[in-house]
Design a binder for this molecule. Structure first.
Ligand code: C2E
Ligand code: CA
Ligand code: CA
Length: 730
C-alpha cells in the first residue's frame, strides 16, 4: 500500500525543483554567453555536483592529476579553488574545502608562520614547512610553495602547492632508526666490530674494538690500528679480503706494545644499495683464553710438568725429525742418554721434594749447555736425553764434537747444586751414539744409547761411553793422550827443535823454535797431533811457558858468544796462551829469569789470535814491544787476511805461508799472492820471511819479487841446536 504525499512535502519538493531550475537556467546562460565551455557533472547518488569548466580546462585537468595538493586563495585566506588531492590530504570533501579558510587546517604551532606568509609574503622565497591537521585529527607534514597569481582578477591572490612530506619523513625516520640500530650494535656488541672503507680505512669501530685497539681507531688505516700477524709470521692484509663472502675465520695474533692477543678475524663485505662493495665489515674475536688453554693442554701432552722439558712423546717426534734430516742431508746427529748417579740415594735420604729440585736444576743446566735446535727431554725418573743436530759429516769429527758436548755436559752437571739449603754434588753417566744417514731406527738408536749408558755405569760413575766401538776407541785414545800429555810435561818429555832462518845472501839470522814430544811408546810426536789437545785441556799454558823459558835460556846462551849473539829466536804463541791476562808479565818474567835480551826474541802469532779481542791483543803487543820484543804474523795469507791488522798492530814481520810457497812455480795465482804480500809488506815497512822454501827455484823466484828472508828445508830442517852451528860456518 502506498501513501499519497502530503501537501507540505509537495510544497518543499516544488521549491527544490524551482531552485534547481534556476540553477540550470544560470548554467545555460553562462554557456550561452561563452563564459564556460563544458559542464562536468560529478558526485554519486542523490547528491550532484556541477562544475563549470572554463577555457583553462586542460590546465585544471593537469592540476587535478598531479600528486601535490593545489589551491588558490582569495584575499582573506578563503579557498577559491582546490584540487581533489588537497581534499584527500585534509580528509575533507572537496566542496567543504572550497570556500573555507585554509588556516583552519594549519597546526597551531605553524599558525604564525602561515600568517606571516599570507599577510606579509614572508618566507615565500622557498617552500615553507608546516603541519596540516586533517579532519580526522591526523597530522600531515608538508611544504607549502606559494606564488602570487599573475592574473589581474580582483579576488584570487595566492596560489599554493602543498607537498605531502609524510612518506619522506617516514623514510628519514627509517634511516634514523637504522642509524640508531647500527650505533647500538656498535655500542653493545660483545665482540669487536669494525667498518672499513674500500681502502681499509676504519670508519666505524665498536666500543670493544676501541678497547682492543687501545684508542678509537676511526680514521686510521686498519693495519695500523690492528697490526695482526698470521701464524706463518706474515702480516694480515685486509685489502686481500675485500669483497670476501664473509665466512672466513682467520687466526692471527695482535701484537701491541705490552699486550699480545690471539684473535679470530671474520671479514664480510659492506654492500651498497645496488650490491656494490663499499668496504669490509670486520669482526675480531678475542680467543686468547682459548689459545692459552690449548697451549696448556699441549704443554701437558708434550712436556714434563716437573722440568718443563719435552716429554717422551715429543722427544720421539723430534728424534723422528732428526732421523729424517740426517737421511736427507750430509750432516749427522747424536743421541745422548744421561742418567744421574746415586739419584736414588738422594731421594731416599733427603726426600722426593729435594730430588725434584735436583731434577729441575739438571734440566735447566742441560738446556743451557746445548744449542738452539737441539732437544733436551726428560724420559722419566732421573733419565734425560739429548738430541744433537747438525754435526759434521765426517764421522771422526762428529765424534769429536759429541765428545766436546759430552764433556761440557759433564762439567756442567758436576758443578755443586743448592737444593733448598742442602749443598749437593752429583755426577752423570752418559751414553752416546751417532745418528748417520744410514742410521738405525728410533728404537735401535735408543737401545744403542742405552747400552752405552749401561757401560758407562758399569765403568764407574761420572763416565761417558760411545756405543760405536771405533769411536769408543778414539775417545779412549784421546783421554789417554791427555793424561800422557800431563805426565810428559811433568817428566820432561818435550823438547825444542830449531829451524834456521836466513837472509837474502843465505846468512843465518836466527831460528824458529818448534816443539816436539818424545813419547815413551810412540816416539817423536809432531805438534799438530798434540797442540789442539793441549789447547782444549788448558795444558798449553804450562807447555807454552816451558817453551818460552827454554827459548829464553837458549837466547841467553847465544848471547855469551860473539858469533851467535846477533841471532834471533822465534817462538810460536797459541791463542789461549796469549789470552791469559798476565801474559805480558809471564814473558817479562821468563826473560828476566833466563837473563835473555828481549830484542832477540820474536813471538809468532796468528791472525785468529788477533781477531779474538782486538783491543786487548794490541794493548799486550804494545807493552811487549816496549820491552824490545818483535812480532811476526804467522801463516799470513791463509786466514782473514785483513789490512786492518797491518795498521792496527805493531808487527815487525809477515811470514808467507808454506802453502803459497809450495805451488809458487806451478800456480800463477799463488805467485801473485806472494808478490802482493811482498809489495804490501814493503808499503807497511814490514820484513818478510817465506816459509817452507824447499827448492832453489822457489828461493830465486821469491828473491826476484823482493823477498829477503827465508826458512825451509832448503836451508835446514828443524833440528837440534847443534845443527845450526854447521850452517853458520858455511
Ligand atoms: P808453523 O809455525 O807454521 O811452523 C812451521 C812448520 O812448517 C813446522 O812444522 C816445520 O817443521 C814445517 N816446515 C818448515 N820448513 C818446511 C819445509 O820446507 N817444507 C815443509 N813441508 N814443512 C816445513 P811443525 O814443526 O810440525 O809445526 C807445526 C805447527 O805447530 C807450527 O806451524 C806451529 O803452528 C805449531 N807449533 C810448533 N811449535 C809450537 C810451540 O812451541 N807452541 C805453539 N803454540 N805452537 C807450536
Ligand atoms: Ca811458526
Ligand atoms: Ca807458519
Amino acid at each position: 500500500m502506498t501513501s499519497s504525499p502530503n501537501p507540505a512535502q509537495l510544497l518543499a519538493e516544488n521549491r527544490d525543483l524551482r531552485a534547481r531550475l534556476a540553477e540550470a537556467e544560470e548554467i545555460l546562460d553562462a554557456i550561452r554567453s561563452g563564459e564556460v565551455d563544458a559542464l562536468v557533472v560529478s558526485g554519486t547518488g542523490g547528491e550532484r555536483v556541477f562544475t563549470l569548466q572554463g577555457a583553462d580546462y586542460p590546465y585544471r585537468a593537469l592540476i587535478e592529476a598531479m600528486g601535490e595538493g593545489a589551491l588558490i586563495l582569495t584575499e582573506g585566506d578563503v579557498i577559491y579553488y582546490a584540487n581533489q588531492r588537497l581534499a584527500e590530504m585534509l580528509k575533507t570533501p572537496l566542496e567543504r574545502v572550497i570556500g573555507a579558510t585554509f588556516a583552519r587546517w594549519i597546526a597551531a604551532t605553524d599558525q604564525a608562520l602561515f600568517h606571516d606568509l599570507l599577510n606579509h609574503g614572508r618566507g615565500a622565497e622557498r617552500p615553507l614547512e608546516v603541519v596540516l591537521v586533517a579532519a580526522d585529527g591526523s597530522h600531515v607534514p608538508c611544504t607549502l610553495a606559494c606564488s602570487p597569481l599573475p592574473i589581474a582578477t580582483a579576488r584570487p591572490s595566492l596560489c599554493l602547492i602543498v607537498t605531502d612530506l609524510t612518506e619522506q619523513h617516514e623514510r628519514e625516520l627509517r634511516l634514523l632508526a637504522a642509524e640508531r640500530l647500527a650505533r647500538s650494535i656498535l655500542e653493545q656488541a660483545a665482540g669487536a666490530i669494525l667498518v672499513c672503507d674500500a681502502d681499509t680505512g676504519v670508519i666505524r669501530a665498536s666500543v670493544v674494538a676501541q678497547t682492543l685497539c687501545g684508542a678509537d681507531p676511526t680514521g686510521q688505516p686498519f693495519a695500523q690500528a690492528f697490526p695482526l700477524r698470521l701464524p706463518d709470521g706474515a702480516a694480515f692484509s685486509l685489502a686481500d679480503h675485500l669483497g670476501d663472502a664473509g665466512r672466513q675465520a682467520i687466526e692471527a695474533r695482535l701484537e701491541h706494545p705490552g699486550s699480545r692477543r690471539d684473535l679470530l678475524i671474520g671479514v664480510g663485505p659492506w654492500l651498497g644499495v645496488r650490491g656494490e662493495v663499499l668496504g669490509s665489515i670486520v669482526t675480531l674475536t678475542d680467543i686468547s683464553q682459548r689459545k692459552a688453554r690449548e697451549d696448556e693442554i699441549k704443554q701437558l701432552a708434550f712436556f714434563d710438568p716437573l722440568t718443563g722439558l719435552p716429554n717422551r712423546r715429543l722427544f720421539q717426534d723430534r728424534l723422528r725429525q732428526t732421523l729424517a734430516d740426517c737421511a736427507r742431508g750430509p750432516q749427522q746427529g747424536a743421541l745422548c742418554l744421561i742418567d744421574l748417579d746415586n739419584f736414588k740415594a738422594l731421594n731416599d735420604t733427603l726426600g722426593h721434594d729435594i730430588g725434584d729440585l735436583l731434577l729441575q736444576q739438571v734440566g735447566q743446566r742441560l738446556s743451557e749447555a746445548v744449542r738452539l735446535g737441539d732437544t733436551v727431554a726428560r724420559l722419566g725418573g732421573d733419565e734425560f736425553v739429548l738430541i744433537i743436530n747438525g754435526l759434521s759429516e765426517q764421522t771422526q769429527e762428529a765424534a769429536a764434537q759429541v765428545l766436546g758436548i759430552g764433556a761440557k755436559l759433564q762439567s756442567s752437571l758436576n758443578r755443586p747444586y743448592q737444593l733448598a739449603g742442602h749443598a749437593y754434588r752429583g755426577t752423570p753417566s752418559i751414553g752416546l751414539t751417532l745418528i748417520h744417514d744410514h742410521a738405525a731406527n728410533q728404537d735401535e738408536l735408543l737401545k744403542q744409547a742405552d747400552l752405552a749408558l749401561y757401560q758407562a755405569k758399569a765403568a764407574g760413575r761420572n763416565t761417558l761411553r760411545f756405543f760405536d766401538p771405533s769411536m769408543q776407541a778414539a775417545m779412549e785414545a784421546h783421554t789417554a793422550l791427555e793424561s800422557q800429555l800431563r805426565e810428559g810435561l811433568r817428566t820432561g818429555q818435550f823438547l825444542l827443535l830449531y829451524q834456521p832462518q836466513v837472509d837474502g845472501e843465505g846468512r843465518l839470522t836466527g831460528a824458529e823454535a818448534l816443539l816436539r814430544w818424545r813419547h815413551p811408546d810412540r816416539g817423536l810426536i809432531l805438534p799438530d797431533t798434540f797442540i789442539p789437545l793441549a789447547e782444549e785441556t788448558g795444558l798449553i799454558l804450562p807447555l807454552g811457558q816451558w817453551v818460552l823459558e827454554t827459548a829464553c835460556a837458549q837466547l841467553a846462551h847465544w848471547a855469551r858468544r860473539p858469533d851467535t849473539a846477533g841471532l834471533t829466536l822465534a817462538v810460536n804463541v797459541s791463542a789461549r796462551q796469549f789470552r791469559q791476562t798476565d801474559f805480558t808479565d809471564l814473558v817479562r818474567a821468563a826473560l828476566a829469569r833466563q837473563g835473555a835480551d828481549p830484542h832477540r826474541l820474536k813471538l809468532e802469532i796468528t791472525e785468529t789470535l788477533l781477531l779474538d779481542d782486538i783491543g786487548d791483543a794490541s794493548a799486550k803487543m804494545v807493552v811487549l814491544k816496549a820491552l824490545g820484543l818483535g812480532f811476526a804474523l804467522d801463516d799470513f795469507g791463509t786466514g782473514y787476511c785483513s789490512l786492518v791488522y797491518l795498521k792496527r798492530f805493531p808487527l815487525d814481520e809477515l811470514k808467507i805461508d808454506r802453502s803459497f810457497v809450495r805451488d809458487l812455480l806451478t800456480n800463477p795465482s799463488d805467485a801473485a799472492i806472494a808478490g802482493a804480500i811482498l809489495a804490501l809488506a814493503r808499503n807497511f815497512g814490514l820484513a818478510v820471511i817465506a816459509e817452507g822454501v824447499e827448492t832453489e827455484a822457489q828461493r830465486a823466484l821469491l828473491a826476484e819479487c823482493g823477498c829477503h828472508g827465508f826458512q825451509g828445508y832448503l836451508f835446514g830442517r828443524p833440528g837440534p841446536i847443534d845443527a845450526l852451528r854447521g850452517l853458520r860456518r858455511r
